[in-house]
Design a protein around this ligand. Structure first.
Ligand SMILES: [Zn+2]
Length: 101
């Protein structure tokens, strides 16, 4: 990732995520990935996003199919690993605050 990307406005991060990694990812799934990148559990993510655990489970299942590389199993652990790799670019923690305000 280019250094200049760290200076992106949080609203630009979603565009970066879509442009470079997952063109069709919905915002709620991107938000969940951001929370996973920050180390939150599904249960904690549900609380932050004010949704039911079943909703988080569905977001997690759909998001992992979009971001885990095809050569890997689309498991939650692989999605968390992918999210962690992007914690300083498109999934930087402040990205999640977009939806919290
Ligand atoms: Zn990224």
């Amino acid at each position: 990732m280019p250094v200049s990307q760290f200076a992106l406005d949080p609203r630009e991060r979603f565009a970066v995520l879509q442009r470079h990694h997952a063109a069709d990812i919905p915002r709620r799934q991107a938000e969940l990935l951001t929370l996973l990148a920050a180390g939150l559990s599904n249960h904690e993510g549900a609380a932050v996003m004010s949704v039911a655990p079943q909703t988080i489970h569905r977001h997690s299942q759909e998001a992992r199919l979009l971001v885990v590389p095809p050569a890997l199993e689309p498991t939650r652990d692989n999605a968390v690993a992918w999210a962690w790799l992007h914690r300083n670019c498109c999934l930087a923690t402040e990205f999640a605050r977009l939806w919290a305000v």
